[in-house]
Design a protein around this ligand. Structure first.
Ligand SMILES: [Zn+2]
Length: 338
């Protein structure tokens, strides 16, 4: 597979060697009409991307998060072009983003999302999905049912991350559960927790999104309307901002739990003493179970289509990233194959 040949950062091979369009980041975000295909790894399937979603993590990468260089994007739906698993060729799939070794102590212990040798699609040493083609090991792929269309399928990865919370904490008997942040992830988390019967309240800044919560019968309040009283059993920080943890600390009750979902490039000096004094459990939470997310989308128990702000073309990727970073904007989708 061609890796391309570069002179002053530009590919000088004929188009046939650099056959795909891609949105990549290398100190600057760039749409490239002629990008080399992603290199093939052992066990990889070649994917023709249909649609991809812009995630806050993509924007954080453009602010320096993870020091990533390459094709961005990890929320996607694609058609399998070639695969060592012939039965999935031609199928519509989404993919788990952690590419793992299967051999290290953590993989052997069943903690493969924490593999010591992992790469992560569009985030760490592995090309992403904002391109005509991407690659992932066949074992990472999940064939999608027809009941989950392309727009919905793009939400499998972030929705799986929302379901991860249910793997980490039990909500039985919890009376006061707050989701901080009315962004894309916060609105998915709120629906997932509501669906298991948790009494969820969303705290946000954007009236249209808080109205969406009300439509879903989820209580919602503007952040400036609430007082932090150290009375919440569980606070899930989905603010995507370094200030989120500070507010969560002011809201959680003694011996309560803070679930951290925000990944932000910039930290913030913080006095952690209240966590000690109040004996608060602080829980990081990342990738989650794809199967449950696909099932929830197929059964329509989570509304994701209300979260689609706009569909744009891959060529408009830089503009789409800018749009997605505006306050109040929910999911911006990139139509890749049309
Ligand atoms: Zn491993």
């Amino acid at each position: 597979m061609s890796q391309g040949a570069f002179e002053h950062g530009r590919c000088i091979l004929p188009d046939a060697h650099c056959p795909m369009r891609a949105l990549s980041y290398d100190n600057a975000l760039r749409f490239e009409p002629h990008h080399p295909e992603p290199p093939a790894g052992e066990g990889d399937s070649l994917l023709r991307v249909r649609m991809a979603g812009i995630c806050s993590t993509d924007q954080e990468i453009c602010r320096g998060y993870m020091g990533f260089r390459g094709v961005l994007g990890h929320e996607f739906v694609a058609t399998v072009e070639t695969s060592p698993k012939p039965e999935i060729v031609g199928k519509r799939v989404c993919g788990e983003i952690n590419v793992v070794c299967g051999k290290c102590d953590l993989c052997m212990a069943g903690l493969s999302t924490h593999c010591r040798n992992r790469s992560v699609m569009g985030i760490l040493n592995h090309g992403g999905a904002f391109a005509d083609f991407a690659r992932l090991p066949a074992s990472n792929l999940h064939v999608l049912p027809d009941t989950v269309d392309d727009d919905a399928a793009v939400f499998v990865e972030p929705l799986a991350a929302a379901f991860q919370i249910l793997k980490q904490i039990t909500l039985d008997g919890r009376k006061w559960v707050t989701v901080l942040g009315d962004g894309k992830l916060g609105l998915l988390v709120a629906q997932v927790l509501r669906n298991v019967g948790a009494p969820v309240r969303v705290i946000g800044r954007h009236a249209p999104k808080l109205a969406l919560c009300e439509k879903w019968s989820i209580r919602a309040r503007a952040v400036d309307e609430i007082a932090a009283r150290h009375d919440q059993d569980v606070v899930v920080d989905c603010t995507g901002s370094a200030a989120g943890l500070e507010l969560a600390m002011a809201m959680v009750r003694p011996r309560g739990t803070i679930v951290l979902k925000s990944t932000v490039a910039q930290g913030k000096p913080l006095n952690l003493a209240p966590l000690v004094i109040d004996e608060v459990t602080l829980l990081g939470s990342r990738c989650g179970p794809f199967r449950e997310a696909i099932r929830a989308l197929a059964s329509r128990e989570v509304d994701v289509l209300s979260l689609v702000h706009r569909r744009m073309k891959l060529e408009q990727g830089a503009e789409a990233m800018l749009l997605a970073s505006r306050p109040g904007v929910t999911k911006v989708l990139l139509s890749v194959a049309d």
